[in-house]
Design a protein around this ligand. Structure first.
Ligand code: ATP
Length: 509
């Protein structure tokens, strides 16, 4: 059995079965925006709900054996513009962009890979970050007069000195000297609040959800009983005017994030950092991304954000990542940068007072696990996509029962009158607890194929035997194995499978 995963096939399945559609599809779409369809919405909600449960409803037991405390917020997308000055989003902190004078294309400087001849002779050759190995080799041979890739070392464009830039052949051209120096570009979308469209009314859509957490730090401390160490969690939309949105929902202009800000004392940072890295590993594993598929990048010191002393990126091998990996989540130590900045810009004291020791006032340090919800959905879709030539659909989606958009389908074998009422009865019973499908039309093979493609782990078929002895056939998605169980036991069967999570279903051999 082969398991070739191609982004094109995943995108096509998502559209065909109603996971994800291009936004404004009937108008030809709009670059960088996507709509979640009926099944995509369920899948996204499942991932979101699991994160919220793991963080806010049943947070983990801390290193000292007592449960930790995390509360949630849901802050406005538009905040006082001063807050973006404080966070550094207006001013510095933007992405450096490079324009090509010839191709008129615009690139992110840190995304352009540059091949530099080891012997220092000849041009530097830039390649598109999406180019595959074969394309790169071909391009390098052609532009270097036949040299092989082994004669080059790589860097990214943002690492080059000014005087080296003239010597670079841009990713989409054949001659050197067409790329500009990197320039700052603000990725925040803006609008105007109120009737007048003047500078004084200019507002921004948040580029990340964490800001709303820091802005509410004092309100939360004053209004709830939380004590350091504790966390504030938020899930919601974020907007970035990405220059080149690409790879389906991986890099879009509107997306969702799931962010936790964990406030602790500086001396405890190493302990909590390790704790959160482990928790986040467990989360991804539980929702169906095995740890063996993730790569953990301890971001080198010279690439860290200026306020961070340590960041670990969780990277996943998406179908477009080639041999490499792309970021899914980052766990960062942010120091007390954000609270310091907001305290300074707002003039409001944000120091935390130790309840045991009134003399001890401090700005807590922050560990931030920041995950993409939309990117997480793409990881789940990519991981689940399983080619299987032995079944009519040719493919099935290997979601865990917990993540699957539909947990079960109830299929009367025929649309005959005596099968349908029993199916309806089971359907009404199960849907009180689980998201389930009742599918009556078409032959049973076609219905199984459809359920395989949308990743439904269990199908319950009602046939003549059901009428005689109240048993139904259970078909398991991955193995296609069938067994009979009593109708009264179906709900228990489902509860048991849901509890077992990722272990309930094994991959077909
Ligand atoms: P990148 O380097 O890919 O632009 P980043 O390091 O700027 O990402 P963060 O600011 O750390 O990303 O955001 C945290 C998470 O938010 C990322 O790990 C990712 O999952 C998600 N994310 C960021 N930008 C986008 C986007 N344009 N589309 C979808 N998800 C995104």
């Amino acid at each position: 059995m082969t398991n070739q995963k191609d982004m094109k096939d995943i995108v096509a399945l998502c559209k065909r079965r109603g996971f994800i559609f291009p936004a404004s599809d009937i108008y030809g779409g709009i670059n960088g925006f996507w709509d979640f369809g009926p099944l995509g919405t369920e899948l996204k909600n499942n991932l979101r709900d699991r994160w919220w449960k793991d963080m806010v409803i049943t947070p983990p037991i801390g290193p000292d054996g007592t449960p930790i405390e995390i509360v949630g917020v849901d802050s406005a997308i538009i905040q006082n513009p001063k807050s973006w000055e404080a966070s550094g989003h207006i001013g510095g902190f933007n992405d450096p962009m490079v324009d090509c004078k010839e191709s008129k294309k615009r690139y992110r400087a840190d995304h352009i890979v540059v091949y530099m001849p080891k012997d220092g002779e000849g041009h530097y050759i830039a390649v598109d970050p999406d180019a595959d190995e074969a394309e790169i080799e071909k391009r390098i041979k052609k532009l270097s007069g036949g040299k092989s890739i082994g004669n080059f070392e790589t860097t990214t464009f943002d690492q080059l000195e000014s005087e080296q830039i003239e010597n670079v052949i841009g990713p989409d051209v054949k001659d050197a000297g067409t790329l500009t120096e990197p320039r700052q570009f603000n990725m925040m979308f803006h609008s105007y609040a109120g009737a007048a469209a003047g500078e004084e009314n200019k507002v921004y859509l948040r580029p990340e959800t964490c800001a709303g957490i820091f802005l509410n730090f004092k309100n939360v401390v004053d209004s709830s009983r939380v004590r350091v160490p504790f966390g504030i969690a938020q899930i919601g939309k974020a907007f970035r005017n990405e220059v080149t949105p690409r790879n389906f929902i991986f890099r879009s202009r509107e997306f969702e994030q799931m962010e936790l800000e964990w406030f602790c004392e500086e001396k405890d940072v190493p302990m909590w950092f390790d704790f959160w890295v482990e928790q986040r590993k467990k989360f991804w594993n539980d929702v169906g991304i095995p740890l063996s598929k993730l790569h953990f990048l301890d971001v080198p010191k010279n690439e860290l954000a200026h306020y961070s002393s340590r960041t670990i990126d969780f990277e996943y091998q998406f179908p477009f990542s080639g041999e490499g990996y792309d970021e899914l989540e980052g766990v960062a130590h942010r120091g007390n940068f954000d609270l310091t900045q907001h305290q300074e810009f707002s003039g409001t004291k944000l120091e935390y007072m130790d309840p045991q020791d009134n003399q001890n006032r401090f700005l807590p340090h922050v560990i931030e696990p920041s995950a993409g919800l939309s990117r997480g959905v793409l990881a789940l879709l990519s991981e689940a996509y399983t080619v299987d030539e032995n079944r009519p659909s040719g493919v099935y989606m290997n979601f865990t029962p917990e993540m699957a958009p539909k947990k079960a389908a109830i299929l009367p074998l025929t649309a005959k009158e005596d099968h349908v009422p029993l199916a309806q009865k089971l359907y009404l019973e199960l849907r009180e607890e689980f998201v389930v499908d009742l599918d009556i039309k078409q032959n049973i093979g076609k219905r199984y194929a459809r359920q395989d493609e949308i990743g439904t782990p269990y199908c319950f078929t009602i046939d003549n035997d059901t009428i005689a002895d109240q048993t139904v056939t259970v078909r398991e998605r991955n193995t296609m194995a069938q067994e009979r169980i009593h109708m009264d036991k179906v709900a228990d069967f489902m509860r048991d499978k849901m509890r077992k999570g990722a272990d309930a279903l094994k991959k077909a051999a």
